[in-house]
Write a protein that binds this ligand. Structure first.
Ligand SMILES: CC(C)(COP(=O)(O)OP(=O)(O)OC[C@H]1O[C@@H](n2cnc3c(N)ncnc32)[C@H](O)[C@@H]1OP(=O)(O)O)[C@@H](O)C(=O)NCCC(=O)NCCS
Length: 215
């Protein structure tokens, strides 16, 4: 199977490695990136063939797209940009991830090594659950959500579209995080949080920037 990996930086290579593990080593991996120059990757996973504008030239009908991008807004923009190709996006689950019963993983989502998704969890399209994350029972992640490494969602949490949960951040049981919010690394969402805002600290509060504070 030919896989067109969108992105070629470190995260993309982690996703591609996970895919190769999942397919028992049988995966042709072609990388595309607007910033990483064409040529072989030092990880040995494959070659960068060109920018995203060159993907179409390699898009055979059986090829699948693989999302190698972690930032939610960039993910959304790239998925829009490549929609006209009409190709399916692969869902990638590293064999070292633990997925429980009645878990639904949306198209193009990624679950990394060491992550645990327990029971009755809905993971939307293009969501990223990075290394050693936890998504506990009855949790819902909307599309384009990214959980950075070590983030932990307790049971019954609802995470809105495009939310970014920083490394080692925690969301307490039953809380909701509004769309396109950012929870900083190490923050703890003690209360439900509104969307389109960045929160840091314990308990998580809106990030006050110096320019804002001086106004
Ligand atoms: C919260 C976050 C989004 C802010 O990023 P930013 O908008 O670029 O903000 P800055 O780095 O300019 O920092 C702004 C202020 O917030 C503080 N800050 C940044 N991140 C913080 C965090 N996680 N917790 C507490 N304070 C934080 C900075 O110290 C700075 O304070 P100052 O103005 O008093 O110096 C980012 O720092 C973060 O935590 N992102 C999570 C990403 C992640 O986990 N990535 C893992 C990839 S593997």
């Amino acid at each position: 199977m030919r896989y067109l990996v969108i992105g070629a930086a470190g995260h993309a290579q982690e996703v591609a490695w996970s895919l190769r593990e999942m397919r028992g080593g049988l995966a042709e991996l072609l990388f595309f990136d607007d910033r990483v120059p064409a040529g072989p990757l030092c990880s040995g996973l494959g070659r960068v063939l060109g920018t995203l504008d060159t993907v179409a030239a390699h898009a055979t009908s059986e090829a699948r797209l693989v999302l190698g991008i972690g930032r939610p807004r960039v993910k959304a923009a790239v998925v829009r940009r490549l929609a006209a190709l009409g190709l399916e996006w692969e869902t990638v689950v590293h064999p070292g991830a633990t997925i429980g019963p009645n878990v639904h993983l949306g198209e193009g989502s990624y679950v990394a090594a060491g992550a645990i998704v327990t029971v009755n969890v809905r993971v939307g399209p293009f969501a990223t659950i990075n290394m050693h994350c936890q998504a506990a029972h009855d949790t819902e992640l909307a599309d384009f959500v990214t959980l950075h490494p070590g983030a932990r969602l307790a049971g019954g949490v609802a995470v809105g579209r495009g939310v970014e949960v920083g490394s080692a951040a925690v969301v307490l049981p039953g809380r909701t995080i509004g769309p396109w919010a950012v929870l900083g690394a190490g923050a703890v969402a003690v209360h439900s949080l509104a969307g389109e805002e960045t929160y840091v600290g314990i308990p998580a509060r809106p990030l006050v920037r110096l320019a804002q504070g001086a106004a």
